[in-house]
Design a protein around this ligand. Structure first.
Ligand code: HPA
Length: 275
C-alpha cells in the first residue's frame, strides 16, 4: 500500500465529490443497477478520473463511485469493484474501499456473488458473512505501515460487526426475505475451483466462496470501519452438480435475486442508521 498514492487519491476524490457519506456499499457482480435505480444520485466519479486508482476491467463492473442518498441517508457506493485476479496487487484492489472509509463512511456493507460450498445453501439464497478465510490471497496490508490510519498488526478477531449482523437479520425479517449465515472464503480466481479444492474448502470450514470481499473487509476493519457482508448464492460449487460453472450462470442468478436484493440493501441501510 502506497501512502502517498492513497492520500493523493483521497484529495482528488474529496474535491470532486464534496460529500460526507455515512454508509459505504460495494455492489457485487450483476448487482450494479442498484446504484442507478435505488439511489438519489448527487455525484458520480469514475475510478479512471483519479490518478493512481486501479479501475475495473470486468465488463459488468462500471468502475465508479456513486455518491447519493438512500432514504435521505448519505451513502457512497462502489458500482463495480476491482479484483485481485484482474492483475492488481491486493493492496491496490482494496484502495477504493479504503477511500470510502477515509471519505468519512463509518459503516461498510459488502455484497458479492458466491458459490455454495455447504450443502445447506442453494442458488438464490442470501448469506450473511459471519467470518472469512483468505485462501492464497496475500494480505492487503502488506507493505509500508500506514501509521496514521491503522495499527501495524491489526486485530481480525471480530471483523464482521455483531450488531450489524443483528440489524441485517432485523431488516430481512421486516421484508420477509430469508437469510442464512456462514463463513466466506476468498480465492484468488479467476478460474473456478476444482472439486478437490471445494472439498478442502468445506473441511476448512467455509460455507460459501468467491473471488473478492475478504481482502476488502480486512482493510476496512484495519482502518476502523464497522464491516458487514451479504452474499447471494449464484451456483453450487465445483463437484456439487453435474454441470460446469459459468460466469453467465452467475449473472443470470443475479438478475433473479435483484428485486429482493434491492429491498434488502435499502432496509439494511435504514436499520444501520436507526437512532
Ligand atoms: N467460485 C468462485 N467464485 C464464485 C463462484 C464460484 O463457484 N460463484 C460466484 N463467484
Amino acid at each position: 500500500m502506497d501512502d502517498i498514492k492513497l492520500q493523493k487519491a483521497l484529495e482528488i476524490l474529496k474535491k470532486k465529490a464534496e460529500f460526507k457519506p455515512e454508509i459505504a456499499i460495494v455492489l457485487g457482480s450483476g448487482l450494479g443497477s442498484f446504484a442507478d435505480e435505488c439511489v438519489k444520485i448527487h455525484k458520480t466519479v469514475d475510478y479512471k478520473e483519479i490518478e493512481g486508482m486501479p479501475y475495473s476491467t470486468v465488463s459488468d463492473h462500471k468502475g465508479r463511485f456513486v455518491f447519493g442518498y438512500i432514504s435521505d441517508i448519505p451513502v457512497v457506493i462502489m458500482q463495480g469493484r476491482v479484483h485481485y485476479y484482474e492483475g492488481y496487487d491486493v493492496s491496490e484492489a482494496v484502495m477504493p474501499v479504503m477511500l470510502m472509509g477515509l471519505m468519512g463512511a463509518k459503516t461498510l456493507l459488502l455484497t458479492n456473488a458466491a458459490g455454495a460450498v455447504s450443502f445447506n445453501l442453494l442458488p438464490g439464497d442470501f448469506m450473511i458473512i459471519e467470518d472469512h478465510i483468505s485462501w492464497f490471497v496475500p494480505s492487503p496490508l502488506r507493505g509500508k505501515h500506514l501509521e496514521t490510519i491503522m495499527p501495524r498488526y491489526p486485530d481480525m478477531s471480530n471483523i464482521y460487526d455483531k450488531k450489524l449482523i443483528q440489524m441485517i437479520y432485523t431488516a430481512s425479517d421486516k421484508i420477509h426475505i430469508p437469510i442464512k449465515k456462514g463463513t466466506y472464503l476468498q480465492t484468488s480466481g479467476p478460474q473456478f475451483e476444482t472439486p478437490a479444492e471445494i472439498k478442502m474448502a468445506r473441511a476448512f470450514g467455509a460455507t460459501a466462496l468467491g473471488m473478492s470481499t475478504a481482502c476488502e473487509a480486512a482493510a476496512a476493519n484495519a482502518i476502523g470501519m464497522r464491516v458487514s457482508g451479504i452474499c447471494y448464492i449464484s451456483n453450487l460449487c465445483a463437484g456439487m452438480s453435474n454441470s460446469p460453472i459459468t460466469a453467465e450462470e452467475v449473472y443470470e442468478k443475479a438478475n433473479e435475486v435483484l428485486p429482493s436484493f434491492k429491498k434488502l440493501i435499502i432496509e439494511c441501510v435504514k436499520e444501520f442508521t436507526k437512532k
